[in-house]
Design a protein around this ligand. Structure first.
Ligand code: DGI
Ligand code: FE
Ligand code: FE
Ligand code: FE
Length: 187
């Protein structure tokens, strides 16, 4: 699918602010893909659609997780995690995106997982450092992203886990698995 058509489809699903975030992720993902050798067209498409399900009602997401073979353990964790796997499902069924690499990059863009592909890493990091992001520590991750993809990702997931610990929130096991996997990879 062409960029302009994909952007029109996703725009209808998002608020103005979330659409602006998406454009930031697209720009950043394309830059990272060129720098680190990921497939630029796949990175662009995954970035455009990554937050497709962000504004689906929690109840609808819950029903889709139960009905379509997504990990049911997600339901015992923060519903902020759900739009990623639900998004992968809806982007396939509603927008007709069939590339499994693109769908996995959407599916794992929030939780991460062990052994992430180059494309999954590209989207995860682009989502974290796009120019509209303001949270503490993002500048350091932006700097790391200039030279070392894995070190940047490790800092990003460390920040996320620290943030969740600070609020004494649950941490989804795939996020811990991403952290462990990257600690091994950067050795
Ligand atoms: O959808 P975005 O806001 O662009 O970003 P995202 O898809 O990375 O969502 C991040 C949110 O998910 C963030 O507010 C933290 C929250 N969250 C809740 N539980 C977990 C979690 N994030 C991770 N990585 N792991 C969790 O267990
Ligand atoms: Fe998201
Ligand atoms: Fe993220
Ligand atoms: Fe996002």
């Amino acid at each position: 699918m062409e960029r302009e058509q994909a952007l029109l489809i996703v725009k209808r699903q998002l608020t103005e602010q979330r659409y602006e975030h998406t454009l930031g992720v697209v720009e950043t993902a394309v830059k990272l893909a060129k720098r680190y050798g990921a497939d630029v067209k796949k990175a662009e498409l995954a970035a455009i659609f990554h937050d497709y399900a962000k504004f689906r009602p929690v109840d609808e997401m819950k029903q889709l997780i139960l009905a379509h073979n997504m990990p049911n353990d997600l339901l015992a964790y923060n519903s902020e995690l759900w739009h990623a796997p639900v998004g992968a499902y809806l982007v396939q069924t509603e927008a007709g995106i069939d590339d499994p690499d693109v769908l996995d990059a959407i599916r794992y863009h929030t939780s991460g997982r062990a052994g992430m592909t180059l494309l999954e890493k590209t989207i995860y990091l682009a989502d974290y450092i796009e120019p509209g992001r303001k949270f503490p520590g993002v500048e350091e991750v932006r700097r790391l992203a200039e030279e070392d993809l894995n070190r940047a990702l490790l800092q990003a997931v460390q920040n996320t886990i620290t943030f969740l610990l600070g609020k004494r929130q649950l941490i989804y096991p795939d996020t811990i698995h991403m952290y462990n996997s990257l600690v091994r990879e950067v050795k």
